[in-house]
Ligand binder design. Structure first.
Ligand code: ZN
Length: 318
């Protein structure tokens, strides 16, 4: 028995076969270009190409369940994808179409949920009962894993904290609201904050270097990240009380997020006198997407926590 995961990205589709007995290393792994400009059917065909090539390379037939991770939101009841940056996939019943084409059951989750599941089961948060995986980069997303299962939610948005409002913030967001977390401390938001003070367009790693050298505007930018992150993540901690929070994405690379000062900024808003939740760097790097997709299929009862049984799901989506 093997696990097969597909990471369906905007530029490439990656597939991996994983041995559940030794799941921290892919036995076979390959990628093909997504070529989303050639349309939906073409992308479905590219996924099929990954699966058939993996079969040919490994000599192992595809398992009865395949996991697929993709940016965007997958409606849990219909399997329809929305908000994907590969535009031709939006509004399509992708889970069913893939299932029909591949002749197997397909489980889908968004890329943040796959990241969280991989880090919770194979990576930095291994063994933790409740974990939150954050994507903190050009956008802000996240996923929640409880006892090894992704918490999906009735809308498929569990863990999506990036569009919660922050107090006192008014910057318009592409989602139509104002003051969303994403407009305050996603990478581009921090770079904009620095540019407005200095007139200089620098990337975040350079701003962090300047902060270390003591430059005032750079230090103010990172201080803003620390205090706003503290406020934003404390809300998540007050609701889920996780063992750990794994921070992926470009902003997650900043050492500042793992310091005692940042913990103090979080604790300021936590409904408790101490903070034991660990903030961890991801352990799996780029592999988290495809590993998380494969782990969607681990376990006989299914790794994705849902409101209904698989049978109820099929009935609803007919
Ligand atoms: Zn927003």
């Amino acid at each position: 028995m093997t696990l097969l995961g597909i990471d369906l990205g905007g530029t490439k589709i990656e597939g991996a076969i994983i041995d559940p007995q030794a799941p921290d290393r892919a036995r076979y792994r390959l990628r093909v270009p997504t070529e989303g400009s050639r349309g939906y059917e073409h992308v479905i065909g590219q996924v099929e190409k990954v699966v058939t090539r993996l079969e040919a390379e490994s000599g192992v037939l595809r398992p009865p369940v395949i996991g697929v991770g993709s940016p965007g939101t997958i409606d849990p009841s219909s399997g329809i994808l929305k908000n994907s940056n590969t535009l031709c996939l939006n509004g399509r019943p992708m889970r069913e179409d893939l299932s029909r084409r591949l002749g197997v059951e397909v489980r889908m989750a968004n890329d943040a949920n796959c990241f969280a599941l991989a880090e919770a089961t194979l990576g930095a948060a291994r063994g933790h009962r409740v974990m939150v995986g954050l994507i903190l980069g050009t956008g802000v997303g996240g996923g929640v894993v409880v006892d090894g299962s992704v918490l999906e939610g009735i809308h498929g948005i569990a863990g999506e904290w990036g569009h919660n409002p922050l107090r006192g913030e008014r910057t318009p967001c592409y989602c139509g609201r104002r003051g969303c977390i994403e407009t305050v401390f996603a990478g581009p938001a921090l770079e904009r904050f620095y540019r407005e003070r200095t007139g200089e367009g620098l990337r975040l790693p350079e701003i962090a270097q300047r902060a270390e050298a003591g430059e005032a505007a750079a230090r103010a930018t990172l201080a803003r990240l620390r205090s706003k992150f503290g406020e934003a993540i404390a809300a998540v901690i007050n609701i889920l009380d996780p063992d750990s929070i794994v921070i992926g994405g470009g902003v997650g690379n900043l050492g500042l997020l793992y310091t005692a000062e940042t913990r103090a900024a979080v604790l300021r808003y936590v409904f408790n006198g101490e903070l034991r939740t660990q903030f961890l760097r991801p352990a799996l790097g780029d592999s988290a997407g495809v590993f998380g997709a494969a782990m969607l299929t681990a376990g006989s009862s299914g790794a994705v926590k849902r409101a209904g049984s698989p049978r109820a799901r099929r009935t609803r989506s007919n």
